[in-house]
Design a protein around this ligand. Structure first.
Ligand SMILES: Cc1cc2nc3c(=O)[nH]c(=O)nc-3n(C[C@H](O)[C@H](O)[C@H](O)COP(=O)(O)OP(=O)(O)OC[C@H]3O[C@@H](n4cnc5c(N)ncnc54)[C@H](O)[C@@H]3O)c2cc1C
Length: 400
């Protein structure tokens, strides 16, 4: 392995090469068969009415895919992250959209890693069966955005309860989730030594709370995203996950899994675009031959393919490190960055290959084009990843 630069210790580039996991071809085949029942027409209809793809989510739940990462002792399949990554890659490769439910796969990780035995026993089996949905994640706030530690939502202890006041934005799937994983301040920022202190994570049962208002936000994609308003929302004290004040580190612990899985979706998107463009370039006959014989069309497809393949290796590597319990931060971040870029390059190439027809809804290119753009911004913006690599891997001065 190249070791061309003296990297800070702990960086996974200097770790020994970890073999890639199996390809999970059986799972991939089964996911493809499931997705074939949800063709473009299904997604176009949902997109037009901004409807939640309940039938698709139910089918994935019934097949056990959304409980893939939950250990068998809690009723899940106990699969490694590379299997979950294969599932989401195939979902996106098929033209479907895992964003409707991908969080159900990985958000339970916070409960699994930091919850009490009682919380795990109470929630994980029902999350594994899909009877309980935990797929809403309330972190981002309108005034603080990427600067997470400055968030202002306050949860103040009052006897056997916490009283929550504040606001979240972009809390996706809140209307289609029973539980909300909420990051709030339990100690005001001014009273802490470091801005990472004083944040706590709560598992809020949205079915039973008062003082919570959910307002949908209409966006350029069908993403069921919302704003949340908390007004004296009282939650039981045992909604707290782990220790009070340690919430930021718990959220960071879950980031690598999220980066790897969203990266896998972007790889799936890139493959969707490359496969569609390749087929179209062979079929579309203009100036007496297929457009794919022209280098102006063929080379962008080939380049998108090469970049997707390289990004996919980084996703595999991050997954392998994660599974081996090694430091996966740099690889997981690079996987998300490169996969998001590969998807966007492929999206743009595909639009160009389809020409005017790329704009017609019936080909699904414009819908996927819009959907794949999200992953340059959420769940983490590209600049934040570059900042992480620059500052934490290469030791450059901090910008934030
Ligand atoms: C459809 C959708 C769904 C989402 N779902 C969720 C969800 O379920 N839960 C949740 O908590 N959040 C969610 N988000 C929020 C998402 O994570 C944020 O939008 C994202 O983290 C960026 O925050 P921001 O929009 O406030 O941008 P800002 O933080 O305001 O940043 C704006 C731009 O400035 C750049 N920037 C800011 N600071 C720096 C700096 N120091 N150096 C260089 N560049 C900088 C950013 O990279 C970005 O490009 C969702 C967002 C969208 C659009």
């Amino acid at each position: 392995m190249d070791n061309f630069i003296d990297l800070p210790s702990g960086d996974d580039l200097v770790n020994p090469v970890i073999p890639l996991r199996e390809n999970f071809s059986e799972i991939r085949g089964a996911v493809r068969a499931l997705c074939a029942k949800f063709p473009g027409s299904y997604w176009r209809e949902k997109d037009q009415e901004r409807g939640y793809p309940e039938e698709f989510v139910s089918a994935l739940t019934a097949a056990g895919y959304l409980g893939a990462l939950i250990p068998e002792q809690y009723g899940g399949s106990g699969l490694p992250i590379s299997a979950a990554s294969a599932i989401l890659e195939e979902v996106h490769r098929a033209g479907c959209n895992g964003a409707a439910c991908h969080a159900q796969m990985y958000m339970m990780g916070t409960v699994l890693r930091h919850g009490s035995p009682q919380q795990k026993q109470k929630f994980l089996p029902e999350i594994a069966s899909g009877d309980l949905r935990l797929q809403a994640f309330g972190v981002t706030e309108p005034n603080t955005g990427s600067d997470t530690t400055r968030l202002r939502t306050l949860a103040i202890r009052d006897g056997n309860e916490y009283v929550v006041n504040g606001q979240k934005i972009w809390t996706s799937r809140a209307e289609y989730s029973d539980l909300l994983l909420l990051l709030a301040r339990t100690t005001p920022l001014e009273e802490t030594q470091s801005r990472r202190e004083g944040l706590s994570v709560f598992l809020v049962d949205m079915r039973s709370v008062e003082g919570l208002e959910i307002r949908p936000i209409r966006t350029m994609i069908n993403h069921a995203t919302t704003e949340l308003f908390f007004t004296d929302m009282r939650i039981p004290a045992d909604s707290l996950i782990g220790e009070e004040g340690q919430g930021f580190s718990y959220i960071l612990d879950g980031m690598n899994a999220e980066r790897i899985l969203i990266g896998s979706e972007s790889i799936g998107d890139a493959r969707f675009f490359i496969e569609r463009a390749t087929q179209y370039a062979k079929d579309r006959d203009i100036f007496g031959g297929p457009i794919g014989k022209n280098q102006g069309i063929q080379f962008p497809i080939a380049r998108a393919y090469a970049n997707m393949a390289a990004a996919r290796l980084m996703v595999f590597k991050a997954a392998a490190l994660f599974e081996a319990g090694e430091a996966a931060g740099p690889s997981a971040n690079m996987a998300k960055l490169l996969a998001g870029d590969a998807a966007w390059e492929a999206a743009d190439m595909c639009m160009q290959t389809f020409g005017g027809f790329g704009f017609a809804e019936e080909y699904d290119i414009e819908r996927k084009f819009r959907e794949s753009r999200l992953y340059q911004i959420a769940p983490i913006s590209t600049n934040m990843i570059l900042g992480y690599i620059g500052q934490h891997v290469l030791g450059l001065p901090r910008s934030y």
